[in-house]
Design a protein around this ligand. Structure first.
Ligand code: NAI
Length: 414
């Protein structure tokens, strides 16, 4: 593993943003004094190996593969940003081992998903998908049968996190009664009330919308048993993850008219690209809305993602904050005047902190504050120092600290 010590004023830092990341990210980072280059495509591994030695920070979206090989040959990188939700395209362990925190933007599209769910509730209630399709085919079916307002109906939200709670607020504004179920104790917003059992929610709701993460406990959360507990004539919406609902059981519930319709945005297997064909047993069933995982896909969400990850870069580069990094011990720090701030990433082994503090005290520097966060593999240390009286420079101290056999990366934060 190559080791890195860096003393760089922020104006010399170069940032590469690939895959057509929203221009707001560049605008924000340029204002902060960084040099930013944009690429519209996802470079191959070879291209990244040629490009990255010239850059300090990398921003990608979902199509770049950031491999162990790329990371080990570019251990000088200070941070990587995934300007999207997922981070599977990056070898997170390899990034951690070379001292590179990875940031993403998990909640920038919360509102976009919530709005889609509202649109889907009204669409299902008025059979808009089917009416629209028929009108396009030249059929005129003007009828009020089975068409209802959502006002006064009960919405059951499963998973009352970022998206679920937004849906809750918007639905109440439409005059709906909101109930929710979550495995954690959550503060009800507005007039929403919580249910301690999923089955109680299923039995009471006219609409059930799922907003849980993909975990072993949410896999097949809604199968035959749960669908049977839903009210006859109710609707199911899933814009969370495809593995949460057993599609075959849902097909049966729809064909038997137990459910009056559903809106599904996520599927157990999804086409890898827009060029692949989409096939689902839910196709061609009455009052079924199918969308290609677009819950979070809006221009506003792309803009928010650009701002959110650029802000994570700014905070990390200028204060050392790693809060929200997906592969790194988290510290959340404010900027401080009149101190020299040094960050050190090291292997989490006994005695490292003592060794670093030994160098600092031998150099005669005064520690004003120290922040340490660790996980099983690495420690992330930020130290605020008063160097004036000691005569030692930040460069010398960084060199000394970096020489420790356990240090991975040491740099001054400006
Ligand atoms: P979040 O983490 O803020 O909220 C999830 C909530 O579900 C938490 O309150 C958690 O306690 C709860 N939960 C976990 N396991 C549960 C269980 N077994 N039963 C009931 N509640 C449970 O997540 P967020 O941001 O609200 O996202 C929710 C889902 O939406 C995720 O699966 C995410 O991947 C998906 N999503 C889908 C998008 C799309 O394009 N369709 C876009 C963005 C997110």
């Amino acid at each position: 593993m190559s080791k890195t010590n860096v003393v760089q004023p922020k104006y010399s830092l170069k940032i590469l943003l690939t895959e057509n990341i929203h221009s707001v990210a560049k605008e924000k980072l340029v204002v902060e004094g960084y040099q930013v280059d944009l690429l519209t495509h996802a470079p191959s591994e070879d291209e990244y190996l040629k490009l990255l030695p010239q850059y300090d920070v990398l921003g990608i979206r979902s199509k770049s593969e950031i491999t162990k090989n790329i990371l080990e040959k570019n251990s000088h990188l200070l941070a990587i940003g995934a300007f999207c939700i997922g981070t599977n395209q990056i070898d997170l362990d390899a990034a951690k081992n070379v001292g590179v925190p990875v940031f993403n933007a998990p909640h920038s599209n919360t509102r976009s998903v919530a709005e889609l769910v509202i649109a889907e509730m009204i669409s299902l209630s008025r059979q808009l998908g089917d009416r629209n399709m028929m009108a396009h085919l030249g059929e005129w079916e003007k009828s009020a049968v089975g068409s209802k307002e959502v006002r006064g109906k009960t919405l059951g939200i499963v998973g009352y996190g970022h998206i679920g709670s937004q849906v809750s607020i918007l639905s109440e504004a439409l005059g709906m009664k909101v109930i929710f179920y979550d495995v954690l104790k959550k503060l009800p917003l507005g007039n929403a009330t919580s249910k301690t059992k999923l089955e109680d929610l299923l039995a009471e709701a006219d609409f059930v919308t799922l907003h849980v993460p993909e975990t072993p406990t949410t896999q097949n959360l809604i199968s035959k048993n749960e669908l049977n507990k839903m009210k006859r004539g109710s609707f199911l919406i899933n814009a969370s993850r495809g593995t949460v609902v057993v599609i075959e059981d849902l097909v049966t519930a729809l064909k038997e008219n137990h459910l009056a319709g559903c809106a599904i945005d996520v599927f157990p297997t999804e086409p890898a690209s827009n060029k692949e064909k989409f096939v689902s047993p839910l196709q061609k069933i009455k009052n079924v809305i199918l969308t290609p995982h677009i819950g979070g896909s809006t221009e506003e969400a792309q803009y928010s993602i650009g701002l959110e990850v650029a802000e994570s870069f700014r905070k990390f580069l200028q204060t050392g904050t790693t809060a929200w990094a997906v592969n790194f011990p988290n510290v959340d720090l404010a900027h401080k005047e009149n101190v020299v701030r040094i960050m050190n990433i090291h292997k989490n082994e006994p005695g490292v902190l003592g060794e670093i503090n030994g160098h600092i005290s031998k150099a005669g520097a005064n520690i004003q504050a120290q922040y340490l966060s660790t996980d099983s593999k690495i420690g992330y240390l930020v130290v605020d120092l008063e160097l004036q009286k000691s005569g030692v420079t930040a460069e010398t101290l960084i060199d000394l600290i970096q020489k420790s056999s356990r240090s991975i990366k040491t740099r001054q934060i400006f």
